[in-house]
Design a protein around this ligand. Structure first.
Ligand code: MN
Length: 137
């Protein structure tokens, strides 16, 4: 299974790639939305970890573009954001993301959420549940 990480912070990028590899997922990387969307079209990843604060096109608009394109819309998108403001979760889900993670990334929440959106644990409820549980930090 293939993943794509769209993240402009190198530390967060390498952490995310490492966590994905622990789940057995090979990760492609992009540091901006334009190259990430191109990689998504070319490689058809099953999962996209999307930083919301990206230079140029932000993660919300990138998610909208990915979900509007028949070539890429089947990818599950997990938004990652440092913002913990009211309304963020709603904006993120309206943009077409499948789940949400708040920075700093916590390992258990990360694994639960990724397994949940990909249906790897058979319960399929990890995504939204983890928002309710751990959304404030
Ligand atoms: Mn960023």
């Amino acid at each position: 299974m293939k993943a794509l990480v769209m993240e402009d912070n190198p530390v967060n990028l390498s952490l995310t790639v490492e966590l994905l590899s622990q789940l057995g997922l090979e990760a492609l990387c992009a540091s901006d939305a334009e190259s990430g969307i191109r990689l998504a079209r070319e490689n058809k990843p099953e999962l996209i970890l999307m930083d919301i604060q990206l230079p140029g096109i932000d993660g919300l608009n990138a998610a909208r573009l990915i979900k509007a394109d028949p070539a890429t819309r089947s990818a599950k998108i997990v938004a990652v954001t440092a913002f913990a403001m009211q309304g963020d979760k709603e904006k993120i889900m309206e943009a077409g993301c499948d789940a949400y993670l708040a920075k700093p990334i916590r390992y258990k929440e990360f694994f639960d959420t990724v397994r949940g959106v990909l249906g790897l644990d058979g319960t399929g409820d990890g995504a939204v549940g983890s928002v309710e549980k751990d959304g404030r930090s």
